[in-house]
Ligand binder design. Sequence first.
Ligand SMILES: [Zn+2]
Ligand SMILES: [Zn+2]
Length: 415
Amino acid sequence: MFSLPKELIKAFVVLKRSEFITCVKNSGYYKSSKNIDIALDKLNALNEEQQNILYSAYDETDGVIVLNLGEPVELFFTKCCGGGTSNSENILGYKVNYLRKVLCKKCSERCEEVKVDCNTLAELLNCRIKYKEQIREIIKDVSRDDTGRIRKLNILGKDITGEKIMELLKLPSNRIYFKEDSIVLKVIGEGLGLGICVEGAVNLANENKDFKDIIEYYYTGVEFVKIDEQKIVNSLEGRKIVIDAGHGGKDFGNINGDVKEKDINLFIALKLNELLTNKGADCTLTRYKDEDIPLSDRVKIINRKRPDIFISIHQNSFPQESVNGIEVYCFKDDSDAIELSSMILDSVSKNVELKNRGVRNGEYYLLRESKSTGVIVECMYITGNYDSQKLEEDSLEKIAEAIYEAVCEYFNVNK
Ligand SMILES: [Zn+2]
Ligand SMILES: [Zn+2]
């Protein structure tokens, strides 16, 4: 099996770590995910035996990430660039400053000839072909970048990208040439030619170049910085969160005797704010006291702040006292909101012993009009014969703590 030199694995680890960092410009803090397994799933060249090498590569590059113009870079690699990598706009369609064309003198000009017959081509493209048509006649307007990779071309009247052709004909690369008199394609290299050329990088590593040399060879204008990952995974610094205490003022929300939903919501919201702020999060509440705030103003606060998440706190009621438990609402298919919801449900139902009534789809104004991921937590049924025993401060504090723990879990931060 193909095995990669350690310095190349380190280069991948460093680039992958960079990808998992959100650069918070003003405070200069970084966030990262510790989960290197998930981070490296893209590198299918790695086999199980290389897991140990992977972990030591992770330790040895301790916190090093790669920045371009102050922003973390992403990992791009190609198996063999065949003599030159590409400018990003030719492959991705947009400019990435660090993905500039690099002449790679480190890989072989691997070249393959592929025979394609016109009929197969026509079939794949769902086109009709005239009798005895020559490949030269059906392929027109070939546009290439300056490494010779096909940007797009026209086959039988259809505009197709080089990447699409690669996919259709299962070609290893988009550096494709058409031979004059027959239906033969000459294909150079393997992959799209973006970022690190693996074959070239293997040769660099064998020349005793380290991971920084490898990255600098293929990435343009990058710098290396070291971050304190331990500190990062223990803090919510840089995370923006809006906490919305439902109702308020003359809008009491649900009631049960003297108990008003608006007061419970505010109590939990203030406690949650305290916990999250202590953990470094940048929190905003839609209200800090007992006042009536229209829903449209709450949405405005959210959309102005553009938080990572917002959490709206409510309490339910029902005519029958046998109905008890916590429900969390999120908007349609927002998978982030669904993830956060199930974490909140798990945490609250376990720690406060409330019945888990599940994640629900909520077509509510607040969820629909807000541009950020958010959830409405109906913590309990204040009319429930069981839940109404949880209305004293101790239990309400526990609910806030359980939501806080779920938020930490959501952001992959130790609570
Ligand atoms: Zn190369
Ligand atoms: Zn409510």
